[in-house]
Ligand binder design. Sequence first.
Ligand code: GLN
Length: 380
Amino acid sequence: MIESKLPHVGTTIFTAIGKLAKTHNAVNLSQGFPNFNADPKLLGLVQEAISEGYNQYAPMQGVYALREVISEKIEKLYGHYYHPESEITITASATQGIFTAISAFISPNDEVIVFKPAYDCYEPAIELCGGIAVAIQLLGKDFQIDWESFKSAINEKTKAVIINTPHNPTGTILSKQDMLRLQAILKDTDIILISDEVYEHLVFDGNTHESAAKFKDLASRSILCASFGKTFHVTGWKMGYCAAPKELMVEFRKVHQYVVFCANHPMQQGIAHYLKNPDHYLSLGQFYQQKRDYFLNALEGSRFKISPCSGTYFQILDYSAITHESDLSFAQRLIKEHKIASIPISVFNLNNQDNKQLRFCFAKTEETLDRAATILCKIR
Ligand code: GLN
């Protein structure tokens, strides 16, 4: 008899829904990935790196030139300097970075505060370390953090907090006030902040991304987790990085070196060149805002209730005017009967609370968004 370390964990919703979408040949707006290709320039740079022979291990911490350009980028955007030698590590995806950060710092019975709905990789990683995920539900239709509940959840066992801005699955963002509040509450504690910022460049309507790196005291206790997959339309490359003060990064690397040793070498070479041009990430917000607006315009007249997202490439649609069925069964029925796939939000909520909301990924071509919207508008 095998005793499971994660008895309550099944297969991630992204795999389950993705498979169903494929079986039924549905328009797939479920798992978050672009259905268009990356910039040929980036693809060419990686192909060149392969041809030039960058096919053996990269340095454990990552290619130095890439860490250097990341350091410059963070300093320029968020005003905080991370030393490329000791404070930045290239990871095989943000998911690996987050897993490694949790593994490096969480011991049995340590508490980690997470906000629900939460992306689904945090809690299993905490549990594998014997830690306890302390979940706080985000409030209301705009998923606000209740800072008073947060404050009262903190005790001597609290080891870390995980935040995610822009937020998956809700598409909301944390404001400067939120970050200042967080900073004030954490001040004079030893609590580590794991800051999942993989959608940092996907922020809309003139808002700015409030990175933990912008706030001095937060930066001093934070591990920033970032993703090249989201920024450069290459989710399948599984490339990301973490930035943290040296004392934290030393511990992070102790784990990183035995989880993957290093991330993919030719891709690091290619990205190091590509990242030198800031246009390649600064134009992303506008690019995705246009897609969001295209999708929402096409949904005009549908029975879904819509509150436009502020970031990420996910839009939540509220279907409470259409049916009372659970979001999971409605999502499955939409795939089977209407050939459109989305992600039910309840799986990320505290106690799987069902607020009749589905998440749709709009990182798609206009043709796909048109097809999706045509289907969704017919659902009465
Ligand atoms: N981040 C992606 C999403 O939210 C999923 C990635 C994955 O399936 N691991 O859709």
